[in-house]
Design a protein around this ligand. Structure first.
Ligand code: WT7
Length: 584
């Protein structure tokens, strides 16, 4: 990455007329003197100063015109469509809160959702929050190890799954002594519930649709998500109910959601985007959400937009780059309804923005944030000129800075660590049962994100790369250690080192370097078997697409595999010059 000089920067200038229709017409005016306390009243509080994020999704809209509006338009993988109003969702989530209470779930207990993208995700997530229990979500592509790590570390009391995904839980259940119940969403394919399992359909049928939402404290925990770092297993990032203040406001200001919007967030609920902007923020704003269960397919995605009249679309650079591969497909669709589009998860390259302008007549607005931040921190606003390739400016109430290793702010144009001043409402509250990992984020007095970036003289932030070994593949964050651990479980592998290798579509792909145990030799079958093994053990998205079998791996004196050396070799960079690895 080279730092751009002024005349290399392409700018999309906002037209004055359009700015007036933005929910935030003047960034500077809102940023200056912004106080989070003033945003507190945008969400619904209980009289006693308590706040429940779940209550803010459906219940607060009862008795308003939103009650009879669709909260959810769901399209299944095979084309079936289901619609649910806010009123219905309030009732269904009440029922589910009663189901949880009847099975002994109490405030603070962890309940995990291991479901495909079906309407029950929204019913159960909100139902959990309303009981004061902590909701955890898991991606449906997770395998055995990923599931054990999450359910084991969090000591989850219940997991909610489908007959199809359940065998993966069955396989590990005896290793999860704290897991009391497996609740099966069985009404979709009629499979029988076995002993030791609970039937969602039966329990929901028998449950009352009235429920008194638990008056949680704003600081009580609401949801948790596991995410990867450079070292060790994934960390349980825990969020508090107060975060809804920020998810609500950013959905309004950044996603620019308005009353009549039909909004589509393509992220899975197993990742933070699918929670903060696939559940909390949009529902709190009372818009209609489209959920499409099926996999990526350019024609199908465009059909979803036209058919359901999507107005605001939040997606990711890898998806955009995949759409760019078949530009002609866009010619068959009108995109008439579409008025605002955004991106998150990886660097949004200028080509992707130019493509959006051509294909849909709209510019993608980049948003930068993380699992830990709970909501969007830096972004290009509706009312602000876009500098192509820049992530934009910090949200009102957020102080972002580029710092050195000691926490000193560096001058504009200087690469450094992207940091945030702690204390925003949706900030992580804890790394589950891991105080040292939690403290690591704040050692300099700043919250240090793990990303490298620079700020230009206009206050725009530009992404450079990760400051650590974390891999971002197709917008998903993968820790090399977890992949290495899964690899060395394979009988043929002695040692493994894993890196992210730049890839034109996926941002990075996972590449593994392995040494073989005695008695094994390289073959295509072996490599295939290793890939399948990691998919099954860890996760469908976290397997190495490329594997090199090597004689030995570069190590430090203490025996630590030097991933940076592997990366330098892979990229053909001088090995001694590893500090500049990601700077191109
Ligand atoms: C990491 C966080 C929060 C949504 C999805 C990912 C990368 C995120 C951008 C962006 C360049 C980005 C960073 C960050 N990232 N947004 N706009 N431009 N990189 O959440 O899984 O916690 O990953 O995603 O490297 O640290 P996550």
């Amino acid at each position: 990455m080279t730092i751009k000089t002024v005349n290399q920067i392409e700018i999309i200038t906002k037209e004055a007329g359009k700015i007036n229709s933005c929910n935030m017409p003047d960034y500077k005016a809102m940023y200056t003197g912004f106080d989070w306390k003033n945003a507190y009243d945008n969400v619904s509080w209980f009289d006693n100063g308590k706040l429940n994020a779940g209550y803010n999704c459906f219940d607060k809209h009862l008795g308003t015109p939103v009650e009879n509006k669709d909260a959810l338009i769901w399209e299944g993988a095979t084309g079936e469509i289901e619609k649910y109003t806010y009123g219905q969702m309030a009732q269904l989530s009440n029922k589910f809160s009663n189901v949880l209470t009847d099975t002994g779930i109490k405030k603070g207990d962890r309940v995990f959702i291991f479901l495909p993208k079906i309407p029950e995700v929204y019913v159960t997530f909100v139902g959990i929050l309303k009981t004061g229990a902590i909701a955890g979500t898991m991606f449906s592509a997770f395998g055995k190890e990923a599931l054990i790590d999450r359910l084991g570390d969090s000591e989850a009391k219940m997991v909610i799954t489908t007959p199809e995904l359940k065998p993966r839980i069955d396989e590990i259940r005896d290793q999860l002594p704290k897991l009391e119940n497996v609740l099966v969403v069985d009404n979709r394919d009629g499979q029988d519930i076995r002993q030791g399992e609970l039937s969602y359909s039966k329990l929901m049928q028998g449950a009352s649709d009235e429920y008194d939402c638990v008056h949680t404290d704003p600081e009580d925990y609401s949801f948790m998500l596991y995410t990867s770092g450079t070292t060790g297993k994934s960390k349980g990032i825990v969020h508090a109910h107060l975060g809804i203040v920020q998810q609500d406001l950013t959905a309004n200001i950044v996603l620019d959601l308005k009353e009549d919007d039909i909004y589509w967030c393509t992220a899975d609920h197993g990742w933070v985007t699918g929670v903060s902007y696939g559940i909390l923020g949009p529902f709190s704003n009372g818009v209609t959400q489209v959920v499409y269960e099926g996999r990526f397919d350019a024609a199908k995605w465009y059909e979803v937009i036209d058919k359901h009249k999507v107005t605001v679309w939040y997606t990711a650079p890898t998806a955009i780059r995949m759409l760019m591969k078949t530009p002609e497909v866009a010619d068959n669709y009108s995109f008439k309804s579409l008025r605002y589009i955004l991106s998150v998860g990886e660097p949004l390259n200028p080509e992707a923005i130019r493509f959006g302008l051509k294909a849909y007549g709209l510019a993608f607005h980049d948003t930068w944030w993380q699992t830990e931040t709970g909501s969007i921190m830096i972004t290009n606003y509706c009312c602000m000129d876009i500098k192509l390739g820049s992530m934009g400016k910090p949200f009102p109430g957020i102080t972002a800075a580029i710092i050195d290793d000691e926490g000193n702010i560096v001058p504009p144009g200087t690469p450094g660590l992207l940091a945030l001043k702690p204390g925003w409402p949706s900030q992580l509250r804890e790394v589950w049962q891991n105080e040292p990992k939690f403290k690591e984020y704040f050692e300099t007095g700043w919250y240090v994100s793990g990303d490298k970036a620079y700020e230009d003289t206009d206050g725009y932030f530009w992404f450079i790369g990760r400051a650590d070994d974390v891999i971002m593949t197709a917008g998903e964050r993968v820790g090399p250690f977890e992949v290495e651990s899964a690899l060395v479980e394979h009988p043929s592998i002695a040692e493994a080192g894993v890196i992210g290798k730049p890839d034109p579509t996926r941002g990075e792909i996972i590449k593994a370097f392995i040494t073989l145990r005695e008695g094994y030799s390289a073959s295509d079958e072996l490599l295939d078997d290793i890939k399948k093994f990691v998919k099954k053990h860890l996760a469908g998205h976290a397997y190495p697409r490329e594997i090199d079998i090597v004689e030995s791996l570069p190590k430090t004196r203490s025996g630590k595999i030097m991933r940076r050396v592997l990366k330098a070799r892979e990229l053909g960079l001088p090995v001694g010059d590893v500090a500049t690895l990601e700077e191109d």
